[in-house]
Design a protein around this ligand. Sequence first.
Ligand code: ATP
Ligand code: MG
Ligand code: MG
Ligand code: MG
Length: 429
Amino acid sequence: ATNPIPIREALKLQPGQEVKVRGWVYRRRDLGDKAFVVVRDSTGIIQSVFTPESKSHSEARRVTVESSVIVSGKLREDPRAPGGKEIQGEELVIVGLAENFPIRRDVSREFLLDVRHLAVRSRKMTAVLKIRHTAFGALHEWFRENGYYEVQCPMFVSAAVEGGATLFPVKYVDESTVYLTQSSQFYLEALIYSLEKVYTVAPSFRAEKSRTRRHLTEFWHAEAEAAWVGLDGILRVEEELVSHIVRGVLERNREELALLGRDTEKLELVEPPFPRISYDKAIEILQSRGLNISWGDDLGADEERVLTMEFDKPFFLYGFPEKVKAFYHKNDPSRPEVTLSADLLAPEGYGEIIGGGERIERLDELVAKIKRFGLNPEDYRWYLDLRKYGTVPHAGFGLGMDRLVMWIAGLEHIVDSLPFPRTVARTYP
Ligand code: ATP
Ligand code: MG
Ligand code: MG
Ligand code: MG
């Protein structure tokens, strides 16, 4: 007997050849005395048809959706079949007969999340996961080709990076309270003193209380930090990196994007340089569109959505007021009320995917700002040490990988960008 081959390969063979494939039953129906079994594997789907003359006609009639099977027979042309070819079924071996599969067309979104461990088999989820795979791979490619060292940072931490409101406390071994990390930034900053350019890809945890389309409580965070780099330099890194990832997906995942119904026209435009607009200008635009917002306010998803309508590619928003950005952001020496920070917003309504900028390098400036923010310098002892021993100008950023995938794949909700989402409402399955 021949060995099983991937369905994608089987569909490329000439009609008349014997083939064997294995996978899971995607669809099954009877038409007169013929049994049609569509089989799915990680590479695609193929139809097989079993007539009463074939050895496994009765197996083909009784096999259920999502059963695992091995199917063999002769390939033949059929314009009505997916992929234009089908298997004239000879043998069908049932490896694992599935019970009545709970997922049907009419089930609710909530139910699909309850059975996520089964829903991950869907062709759409498979397509998203393949795109996600490309995105993570392309990210590593870009950093490694551009002289960044990959490092790993702890998940248990003792201080807040992004503010206390979203901290997850954990009872530690000695009964003291520690927290799950909100960002690896401070650790990356410590590592630039030896490696100069570093990055990491890890989960970050934030106890986000509001239910939005773009917040998870555990998300995949790609963060980078570089010595001797300023705001302009780090924005160039961000635009090159994001463009490289989008290019990679366009090269390798056309089929998946099509299956998801993603219009790729706007993705084709993702090439550096990205437009840059100031926070001041953004406020003017928002006010002229009738939004009730004034200088000094933070921008939320609604404001960002309005701004994304002005551009058909990702764009930077820079020069945020001191108050709306975390304490470690460096203030603009020529205009101290604003920071040398920038967010990267994805177009088509998606909004913030990256936050970044220059960090404060001087000890006195950092201590003063920590106090201005009502925080205690004692809590940041080791972070302050970094400014005492050979401080350097440096900059960095954090990219939300789930948000990046959400935008590239054209998804409506962030939970659909990863297999097992964690949100305020869900930690199961
Ligand atoms: P937002 O304004 O949407 O709450 P943020 O400004 O708090 O985001 P940053 O601290 O700048 O986020 O984190 C860097 C990046 O990490 C963000 O640009 C975003 O892509 C991603 N990110 C932040 N929080 C979340 C979350 N809860 N779920 C998914 N991704 C997130
Ligand atoms: Mg936030
Ligand atoms: Mg933000
Ligand atoms: Mg941000």
